[in-house]
Design a protein around this ligand. Structure first.
Ligand code: GDP
Ligand code: GDP
Length: 462
């Protein structure tokens, strides 16, 4: 595999300097005048044992009016098209400028993994900029100094991780009939555009233990007055994925039951179905975990829910075979009670009673799927987060550890899909586990993110 990596960013952030550093030659012209680098020229780059093609670009200039800027933007767009991975560079000394923020928005929408680089980070002058960079929503910034060659091992780690994902994606394709299929986007989290835009279908997996009713559910979803598309339409039993349209929205359904039957391994069925589930979960953006309402929250159900949570996918729980439940009020009360006990990590998750045989509740189920997807993509502004944090600090500050107060300084959302927040604080390693849960639950409730897996990380910040 020879990956192509594009460097993008506004003028003067150090793209050419980085290009030169990686190529090891003074190919690109470096100049203090903004926008001096004009051409997109590929170079053979090396970083440790990584070899790749690197493309330097003009800044992502927005002004189409000027022909030069327009041309530069076009070049950048072309570079992104050809790239497997994009390096988005900002100038840590200058901080995040409105132009950076604007292009970050563009970068978040491209269907490519983006690594955020905070350049000019040598010394202390870059610290505030690194801090601000989190708010771009492109994940953790990697501080580097292209000029001084600092931070390159962190860049190496970030690149290697993306290359490994690409290599995994080059495995068996979906056309392969007999074997396990790896979706190219399988573990792409932030690296693809939101479903529902353009015509990329929403990827939904139907997971659950054997006999929960997954196949019945899929057949019912596909069967009724709904438009089927794609070559596999209608043959759910054996197919791994089915393209389907629900209320004019494209959905790609993954059937874990189909996978299981394909594997043709009868022994260790229990273990196998968890492996199936994991595979489907990795494919999916939203996972519908199907439980049998007669025997909900079995060990295996909880294992699957836990996998969804750990993989950071959006979750909806379907309580199937609702047609067989006699005292529905009582059973539902009991289910809600048990949910509080078992589903603490995904508090407020959508729970929908359904009957796969009668079709009852299936529209509600799909509505819940799209709602969960929306929350999974949610973005909370840094301003709102910090306003909330001020209140927390005033009324429920972290406890003192060894006689010293831990100070919470700043809160920002670094990523979506699922929402990932970063808290800057003094001595993060000493924050008690219970306090972390308190913060997660606070964020969940305040910013209306019920049921979504939430990531919260701590960074040291003075
Ligand atoms: P480009 O327009 O994004 O390609 O930026 P250049 O690579 O031309 O760099 C713009 C200016 O920033 C030049 O004066 C570089 O010497 C300077 N520069 C690039 N990288 C660094 C760095 O890591 N630290 C510092 N302090 N300056 C840098
Ligand atoms: P899978 O192993 O999860 O794919 O489960 P199946 O779809 O094969 O269903 C297992 C059994 O449960 C079959 O006998 C289905 O007919 C039955 N079943 C599935 N959904 C329902 C339902 O909503 N109500 C009732 N009464 N039976 C169901």
């Amino acid at each position: 595999m020879n990956a192509t990596v594009a460097i993008i960013g506004r003028p003067n952030v150090g793209k050419s300097t980085l290009f030169n550093r990686l190529v090891g030659k003074r190919l690109a012209l470096v100049d203090d005048t903004p926008g001096v680098t004009r051409d997109r020229r590929p170079g053979d780059a090396r970083l440790g044992d990584l070899r790749f093609t690197i493309v330097d670009t003009a800044g992502l200039e927005d002004a189409d009016k000027a022909t030069l800027a327009g041309r530069m933007r076009k070049q950048t767009e072309e570079a992104i098209q050809d790239a497997d991975v994009v390096l988005f560079v900002i100038d840590a000394r200058a901080g995040v400028t409105p132009l950076d923020a604007h292009f970050a928005e563009v970068a978040r929408k491209i269907a490519r993994p983006v690594i955020l680089l905070a350049n000019k980070a040598e010394g202390r002058a870059g610290e505030p900029g690194i801090y601000e960079a989190y708010s771009l929503g492109l994940g953790e910034p990697v501080p580097i100094s292209a000029e001084h060659g600092e931070g390159l091992s962190d860049l190496y780690d970030a690149l290697r991780e993306e290359f490994e994902k690409l290599e995994a994606a080059e495995g068996p394709s979906e056309e392969a009939e007999t074997d396990i299929v790896i979706d190219p986007d399988a573990d792409g989290e932030e690296d693809d555009e939101p479903a529902g835009t353009v015509d990329r279908p929403l990827r939904v997996a139907i997971a659950g233990r054997p006999n929960a009713g997954k196949s019945t559910l899929i057949n019912k979803l596909l069967g009724e007055e709904r438009l089927l598309t794609g070559p596999e339409a209608g043959i759910t039993r054996d197919s791994i994925s089915v393209d389907w349209v629900w209320r004019e929205r494209h959905v790609k359904l993954f059937d874990t039951a189909g996978m299981r039957r394909k594997a043709r391994v009868q022994e260790k069925l229990e273990k196998l179905s968890v492996a199936d589930a994991l595979r489907a979960i990795k494919f999916a953006e939203v996972v519908v975990v199907t439980l049998d309402a007669n025997i909900p929250f079995e060990k295996q159900d909880l294992q699957i829910i836990d996998l969804v949570q750990r993989e950071g996918r959006a979750l909806v729980i379907a309580f199937n075979k609702w047609d067989t439940i006699e005292d529905r009020t009582e059973v539902w009360t009991e289910i809600k009670y048990q949910a509080e006990r078992y589903l603490n990590q995904v508090r407020g998750v959508a729970m929908v009673p359904i009957s796969a045989t009668t079709g009852q509740g299936l529209d509600k189920l799909m509505e819940a799927v799209f709602d969960a997807y929306k929350m999974w993509n949610a973005r909370v502004s840094t301003a709102r987060l910090n306003k909330w944090l001020e209140g927390v600090v005033a009324h429920h500050p972290p406890p003192a550890v060894a006689g010293r107060r831990i100070k919470l300084r700043y809160l920002t959302q670094a990523k979506t899909r699922p929402p990932h927040f970063i808290v800057f604080c003094s001595r993060p390693e000493q924050l008690p586990e219970a306090y972390l849960r308190y913060l997660v639950n606070g964020v969940r409730e305040t910013f209306k993110l019920p049921g979504t897996p939430i990531r919260l990380s701590f960074r040291k910040g003075e």
